[in-house]
Structures are given as structure tokens and as C-alpha cells.
Design a protein around this ligand. Sequence first.
Ligand SMILES: [Zn+2]
Length: 483
Amino acid sequence: MHPWKTVKMAIVRRKMLSSRIPADCQNPLEEWMAIKARETFKKSKELRQAIGKDDLDHVTREDFEQYQLHQFRKQMRYVEENSHFYRNRFREAGVSADDIKTIADLTKVPMTTPEDMAKEPLHFLAVSQTKTERSFSTTGTSGVRKRVFYTRNDLIAKIDIIASALRDVGMVKGDVLHIMFPTVGAWDPSLMMAGACMIAGFDSSSSASIDIQEQMDVIKANNSTYIIGLPSFIYRVTVLAGHSHDLRSLGIKKIICAAEPLSESMRRTLEEEWGCKVLDVWGMTEFGLACAVECDQQDGLHTDEANLLFEVIDPKTGEHMPDGQRGELVVTSLTSEGTPIIRYRTRDYVAHISPPCGCGSHFNKKIMKPAGRMDMMTKVGLGQKVYPLLFDEALLSFPEVISYQLLIDKEGFQDKLTFLVESRDHSENLRDSICKAVEAILEVKMGMEEELIMAPIVEFRDVQTDYVAKGKVILDRRPLFDE
Ligand SMILES: [Zn+2]
């Protein structure tokens, strides 16, 4: 049975604040956050006192931070009462909701790690299991297994944000979203997206086929105008189509890439082939997938600050980093009922970008496009940090290359980098060009100059006709590697 059928549509629509966003709104996502803050302002004396205004017609950054702190305290009280894990954690730390008056105070609250969640997932559950509608298991990139539960209200909140985000990227009534996820993994994002579209009043189409003709047929048959999907999957379909198909003729207005890092070279290829803008989305299963989305400025991602609180910290000291400086992203769910998570260390390496944004958004803080998960990073040569996006730029700028895996071994004192490259062309020319591109990466170049990294090796692999879920892009096989 379709999971969304269990949710009564009329009730859901009434609860969705996204339906109150005016049709001519410039920044639907920010407007939705403002509506959410105003709703809370109306109901809560605590928040009215904290903001000290008679109305909240115009929401400033300061007002919005008061809304976030209010929600943070509320969520803290809620988990203290309902979650076994946090009750103990807060008691041990001697901290309570009333201690949190400013953003700086947040650092008084202990952080939660993926390992905490893997150990006792049920200790995070804040409602009885009969009240949960869905649960997701995720291993993420770290390989630590976590389980997250959603109540009906959690699901509605998620649909609400997805509906606002789809409007924010430009979708209007009559647009059709084509969903391109391969059918892999424990959860099916296609189902979730289709459900969100249905409730938001958009139509959707979906295909998990690697065959470009089939994808094009589905897009044409449904008059699809937007695409959302896994970038490595869309990329594979696009590159395999080669120049034998005129993708531009389909009239796709925008492509939204979700659930995987999007490299700039991948973005350039997709924009060129489809003739439209390609936008990035950041999300985590722990927080319901859609957490931040790019606007047309393509300069950082607007964050869902109504449901989530984002902090960027120095991973060593735990102190807040100033806006513009990269650190580890720490996220708190502000409204979650099922599995509320307080100050979760995402291992993502990002920076905050202060408002305003060129798109007209005036109080929402953005995050820079993540440079990569810290647990996907490794070090080579003189301890230079490397991560998949760095090599994506070098390898995926060649249209013949479809995917690759990097193996790192040690030979004597030197690091040996072997690239297994899935490509349509196995020529010496391409091999030389790839090696040159890799050697030009600053981190590799420095290591080679110090003779700590050997000249890179390229081994070609034939093109797979099926989509195979990506394993680790960088496989570090060196013994006793010091993290
Ligand atoms: Zn913007």
C-alpha cells in the first residue's frame, strides 16, 4: 500500500503551512520559515517576551534566532521528559533548557555522535512505537547503523518543507517533477518525493531505468519539467546517452541533485547537456533528507532553519566558527517528535554564509556546499587532506569517464594512488590526460614534490550497463593509517 494513503489528505493539507505561501512570493522557502515563526509567536508568551515586539510582520535575523532558541529549549524539555538517552545525558552534564538564552549558550549542551545513535536507537525514541508511522535505517557514509522514527506530524513537517523547497526552486502549478533515483537501498526516496508532490499539488513521474530512451519516453509522456535525483545516476544516464539524444529538446527547466555530493564538473556537464540550471540539495536521513537547497544564485544552500538548527564548530575545540569559515556541521532537530536529535555531529565540512542572499532572501543563513564528509576524507603525502569531490573535479571533467574508484596503498614511504576508471575510452591519450589532471591537484602535487606520493596509476574498466550503488570512492588500504 502507498504509505501516504494512511495520511488523511485533507487534514494534512490544512496542517501544511506551505499552502499559505502567496503564489507570487519571491522566496517561498524563507516565507514558509517566517510563517512558522509567526505561528509560534502567536501561541507562545515566552517567544513574544524574548522578541519584545507587538507583531512579527517583518522577521529579522535576530527575531528568527529567538524563534530558534525558543524551539531549542522546547525540544530540550521534550527530550528530557521523553528520551531515555537525553535525560541521562543532560543530567550528567548538569544542563537544562533554561540555561540556553543565546546562540553561544548552545555549546553548553553535549553533542550527539552517530555512534551514540547506533548503540541504543530505542533510547532516542521519544514516543511509544505504536505512534510511529515510519522508520528509516541508515548506515550513511560512516558505516554506523542508525535507526530513525517518524510520527505522522514529523512526516507532515517533512512534506511541508519539501513542498516549500520545490516552490523555491521555481516549480509552479502545472509543472511535473521527474524523479530519477535508482531502486537501491533500504528506503525508497522516489516514494517519498512522489508523496510530497501529490500532497503539494504537483504531478510527478518516475523512472529508475538506466536506458536514456526509456527516461526520455517517460519525461515526454508526462510533460515533466523538473528533474530530481541522484547525481551519479543522472550523470551516468546523461553520459551514456552521448550525443545521440537531444536532451535539450525535452525542455527541462531545472535539475535538482540530492542525496550525494555534486561536483562542479558534474554540474557543468549536466547543465551543458540538458540546457538548464542544476541545483544541489543537502540532507541526511537522520533529519528527514531535505535539509538545505540551493537557489538560482548557486552560491550556497538555503537551510531549513524552521525545523533544524545549524551550527558550525571547530571539531577539536567545539567552539563556534565565525560565518565564512569552514568547520564541522552540527544539527539539532527543533520540531521532531519521533527521534529528536540534539546537536548531532554530521562529520560534514561546511561554513555558514550570512544573509542576505542575491535571490532576495534576507534572514536565512546559508551553508556553503559541503566539501565532503569528514569520514570520507583521508590524508596523503605531507598530511594533505583529500576527499572524493577533489578527484571528481579532475576525473569527471573528461566526458568519457563515467565513474572511478581510488585505491590508496603504501609502498615503502610513498603513497600509491591507483584510479580504477570506468570509461568508454581506454586510450593512452586519455590515461595521460587523467594522470596530468590528478598531478595538478595541489594536494597531490605537493606530495609528489616531496617524493611522498608516487606518480598516479590509471587502470581502465569497461562501462557497466547497470547502475551499481557506489562503494567507497576512496578506499584507503594503507596499514596502521593514523586518522
Ligand atoms: Zn538565495
